[in-house]
Write a protein of this length. Structure first.
Length: 596
């Protein structure tokens, strides 16, 4: 396979570059011709998406009012579509059938494989396609291919079933224990960055063959590892998508799945290996946090709009002489609460992850790593073991690896993050993506129990330091949702639409403003960071209409100083290829090696 050492193609989504390669048959030639002819009138010189050059009317949401197109071939005939040369490896369409499952309108359900083992699943509307393509990400270590419009189900083209969609399993199937990566370097490459890219190439070619036209606009939407996938696209393949919605991104993947989650477990063990803090104590901690900090934003509503302003001290919960122990914490329990909040450090106090691991107010979500009873295996432990045993250490397979093998030292840190060069998405220099017209919406829930919102804040801060705030404001927004847990859930308004603002920005130039979040009892506006919503003093506190935007005069300004902060650079990433059972990556990791 070619292309593993390429720095990525810079064509905009839907551009002529999507038709690269050889088309040997009439069907293949049709795809190439459709791609070329469809793209020329829609794209400005240089391949840049230019909304002003497109003579579209716009919907009230700011979306281009694109005519719906009917398929030019039968769904079943896609099985025979020639996709030779579309991407860097053979493509096989294994099935194509009309379905109505889990969708508002009939679609052609397309399934296939991009060699060696990337499963691709597509939905192509059969009653009318409004010329948009949405690729969805997947979470964890993936291994399954299910289209999931995370926090975008109410986006109009998705809600009415007129958008073409696809996803991939990232190059492997099942095996949640991580063993899929053992001695399988190509699967690791596909998971790291290749799988999403080749899926976008193939999906656009299938769309061109089916409708006779490539997408006018292409988008990516994902959360957790899907958020990492979105950032990886913006960094490595900036021409694949016009807009990206990246939620709770696991972009600092290696640190996340080693030091962060291992600390969650190990810092809660006593000398005998017993858990100190159990889940039954978490409501006590949460109630105390809310009593101390809920009113900091001027409204006691069960939400903390910026937990960084909460200066809660767990030591205030330590039992006094004669106090009922059910109403207080032991000194050891209070110390664990503090350490879980603060995050991983070495013996000298140097931070091994961005500051604040778990925000105040998120305590009810800590059951991911605080067990209900002694002997329980928590989620954090499973994350670390599956990652470290087979994937986290380059060209190393160690099924017997245990959490105790991870040392919280600077030497261990730099040894561990060697694999960040291909697994993590830390490059803050998104100039190529921005210059190509790309739009990026980052979002995170303040109560995220799995990936700290501080990780996203640190990346956003690195973007502004690298590119300048004015430049970043021209193509990116960050939204932080009070009370929302990992990718959803939590006690705050936890349902919202992150994709429509991205589409509107790309298609009509309408810059994202407030996003309305809701749950069963409440709606609340969320504004681009650092602006927050403030109650205007009239009407119900459960109605978004009664809130106004306020930008704090003295916003919280964390330093984001930690041992790995220099990972936010444009020279740490490598491009890898499989050689036997090993990864070979270029350029060499000299940046990381100098810091071991």
């Amino acid at each position: 396979m070619h292309g593993f050492f390429d720095r990525g193609r810079t064509f905009r989504a839907g551009g002529i570059g999507r038709a690269h390669g050889r088309f040997r048959t009439a069907a293949g030639a049709l795809i190439a011709l459709a791609l070329a002819l469809a793209v020329l009138p829609a794209w400005a010189p240089g391949g840049t998406a230019a909304a002003s050059s497109r003579p579209h009317a716009f919907t009230p949401e700011g979306l281009a009012d694109l005519p719906a197109l009917k398929p030019r071939m039968d769904c079943a005939d896609l099985v025979g579509l020639d996709l030779d040369g579309v991407t860097d490896a053979p493509v096989t369409i294994t099935s194509a059938t009309v379905s109505t499952a889990n969708a508002p309108a009939p679609y052609c359900d397309v399934r296939g494989t991009i060699a060696p083992a990337n499963t691709i699943v597509m939905r192509l509307p059969v009653d009318g396609w409004t010329q948009r393509y949405v690729q969805t990400g997947c979470g964890g270590e993936c291994g399954s291919s299910n289209i999931n419009y995370t926090q975008a189900a109410t986006c109009p083209p998705i809600a009415d079933g007129t958008v073409a969609s696809a996803t991939t399993d990232m190059g492997h199937q099942g095996q949640p224990d991580g063993s899929w990566a053992a001695n399988n370097p190509q699967a690791q490459i596909d998971f790291a960055y290749r799988g999403v890219h080749v899926t976008s190439e193939v999906a656009k070619a299938v769309i061109a063959g089916f409708y006779g036209r490539s997408p006018a606009y292409s988008y990516f939407n994902g959360c957790s590892d899907g958020g990492r996938e979105g950032l990886m696209e913006a960094q490595r393949y900036p021409g694949d998508f016009d807009g990206i919605a990246a939620g709770a991104p696991a972009n600092n993947m290696v640190v996340q799945n080693t030091f962060h989650h291992a600390w969650n477990v190990l810092t809660n063990l006593d000398d005998d290996g017993h858990y100190i803090l159990l889940a039954g104590r978490l409501p006590l901690v949460h109630d105390a946090v809310m009593a101390a900090c809920d009113g900091l934003d001027g409204l006691k509503d069960g939400l903390i709009d910026d937990p960084r302003r909460c200066d809660f001290d767990p030591a205030t919960l330590v039992c006094e002489t004669g106090q009922d122990p059910s109403t207080c914490l032991s000194k050891a329990e209070a110390a664990v609460v503090r350490r879980l909040h603060d995050g991983a450090v070495d013996a000298q106090g140097r931070r091994l992850e961005p500051e604040i691991s778990h925000e105040w107010g998120s305590e009810l979500e800590w059951t991911l790593f605080v067990p209900a009873a002694q002997g329980d295996t928590v989620g954090s432990e499973r994350f670390v073991l599956s990652f470290a045993r087979y994937l986290g250490y380059t060209n190393t397979v160690d099924p017997g690896w245990q959490l105790s093998d991870l040392k919280f030292t600077a030497e261990s840190f730099w040894k561990t993050v060697q694999s960040s060069s291909y697994l993590s998405a830390m490059d803050p220099g998104l100039g190529r993506f921005a210059r190509g017209g790309g739009k990026l919406l980052l979002w995170h829930g303040w109560n995220d129990q799995h990936i700290s919102p501080q990780s996203t804040l640190a990346y956003y801060d690195a973007m502004r330091k690298t590119m300048g705030q004015r430049s970043v404001d021209g193509f990116s927004r960050l939204y932080l949702f009070p009370g929302v847990a990992h990718c959803g859930g939590g006690n705050g308004p936890n349902t919202f639409d992150v994709l429509t603002p991205v589409m509107a920005w790309a298609e009509s130039g309408r810059q994202p403003e407030k996003i309305i979040a809701s749950n069963a009892t409440r709606t609340r506006p969320v504004h681009p960071y650092p602006t927050v919503a403030r109650y205007d003093g009239t009407g119900s506190v459960d109605d978004a209409a009664n809130f106004v935007p306020r930008t704090p005069s003295q916003p919280a300004r964390p330093t984001y100083h930690w041992l790995g902060e220099r990972l936010y650079s444009d020279d740490y990433q490598t491009w890898c290829k499989a050689k036997g059972t090993e990864l070979v990556c270029r350029p060499s990791n000299t940046w990381l090696t100098r810091r071991t």
